[in-house]
Design a protein around this ligand. Structure first.
Ligand SMILES: [Zn+2]
Length: 400
């Protein structure tokens, strides 16, 4: 086969939109300016209506669990276990075009792409501003249902107002016809109730989004019960709006690009990190120069990876009926992509591994973090909660 020109590959990508191709395997739904849903590579439940790890934005896809992403060709490579040329053939093959036609199509694609990117950038910035107003309008956490939720988990709200509360937070799920715009759909609100809010700080230190936990202190663990009205499925009570890539939630300690902390204690979940902070406070530790932060998700703990590795035990069946190891984000970081910033002054980075997250994925994320943030004079340590428990469960065990 002749070398495929960039233009003919772009043409293939335009003819086989990633959303349509992914839609053969998983059910995607609209969320903000993107499509989200289960991941055709790593999700067990491909019809799940709650999964949001997989996102399609224009011609690109990304999975927060695989920590992988790319164009439609890469998606087919990963899902079908094919090499590049086989994936191109699977998609129907790239046409060989005469140079004139190639240029014409190229220009048309560029125009469309530029228009789409402008629209997406405007949408993202509007959503960011909307979320920032929500954050600014939220109440301090003291005396709210969100504080009760933390206390039910044996935790205390962090100082300095890093977590806030909303009394009536809408929970969007699925779509419904928009009465004001005939023929159009809008996001559907299926629940409204009190929530704990945390601001997500982007890799550039700007406000990037909002982490939301719906709470109900009348329930045993304080989490709201939110049920899909159609399927009866119990939905996750935590959501992120806006952008979370390379983002973190600052919970306590010196803050901002100009701060000079000496230690960062970083874990995936807000509750996990607050549990460790509580234990250290109880021991009388000097925490004046210690930052406590959540990485929002597991992928962010180590940032984007520079290559996948086979999972030691998980397998999936390929087209030929052979069991092959599932490829997961490996231990090497992609240093061209920004991660959560770590100050030059930090000499001690403590990464928390939750025992209730998948062990191998977590180990790879911690190794990526260790490689990403390594420098002379800095120690990077991992602290593990025992298998099957996160730090918050441990603390509750001690308290009980
Ligand atoms: Zn995935």
């Amino acid at each position: 086969m002749a070398r495929l020109s960039d233009a003919s590959l772009d043409d293939l990508r335009a003819r086989r939109p990633v959303a349509d191709v992914a839609g053969r395997w998983v059910s995607l739904r609209r969320s903000g300016g993107k499509l989200i849903g289960p991941c055709p590579i790593c999700s067990d439940d491909r019809q799940s209506r709650t999964a949001g790890r997989f996102e399609v934005d224009g011609e690109r896809w990304v999975c927060a669990v695989c920590c992988d992403g790319g164009d439609v060709i890469r998606l087919v490579e990963k899902v079908q276990g094919l090499d590049f040329r086989a994936a191109v053939a699977w998609l129907g093959g790239a046409e060989v075009l005469d140079p004139e036609e190639e240029r014409r199509r190229q220009e048309e694609r560029e125009r469309k792409r530029a228009r789409r990117e402008r629209a997406a950038a405007i949408f993202r910035e509007k959503e960011r501003e909307r979320l920032f107003r929500l954050w600014q309008g939220a109440t301090p956490i003291r005396g709210t249902a969100a504080e009760e939720y933390l206390r039910l988990r044996g935790l205390e709200p962090p100082p300095e107002g890093r977590l806030r509360a909303a009394r009536e937070m809408p929970y969007f799920h699925g779509e419904e016809p928009d009465p004001r715009r005939p023929g159009k759909m809008r996001q559907r609100v299926i629940y409204t109730g009190p929530a704990m809010l945390a601001g997500i700080i982007g890799p550039d230190w700007r406000f990037a989004g909002l982490h939301i936990t719906w709470v109900d202190p009348s329930r045993p663990k304080g989490k709201a019960l939110i049920v899909d009205p159609e399927t009866g499925e119990v939905l996750k009570v935590k959501k992120v709006r806006g952008s979370k890539r390379g983002g973190h939630i600052h919970l306590a300690g010196p803050f901002g690009p100009d701060a000079r902390p000496t230690r960062i204690i970083r874990g995936e979940g807000i509750e996990t990190v607050l549990s460790v902070r509580k234990a250290l406070v109880a021991q009388g530790a000097d925490l004046g120069a210690t930052v406590f932060q959540s990485s929002v998700d597991l992928g962010n703990l180590g940032g984007l990876h520079a290559g996948t590795v086979p999972h030691p035990t998980l397998t999936q069946v390929d087209r030929a009926g052979r069991a092959r190891p599932v490829l997961v984000p490996g231990p090497m970081p992609d240093m061209s992509q920004p991660g959560i910033p770590v100050h030059d002054s930090v000499t001690d980075l403590v990464q928390l591994g939750d025992g209730d997250s998948e062990r191998f994925l977590t180990e790879c994320a911690l190794k990526r973090g260790a490689a990403r943030y390594a420098r002379e004079g800095r120690t990077i340590r991992n602290a593990w909660a025992p298998a099957g428990a996160d730090f918050n469960d441990l603390l509750e065990g001690v308290a009980g």
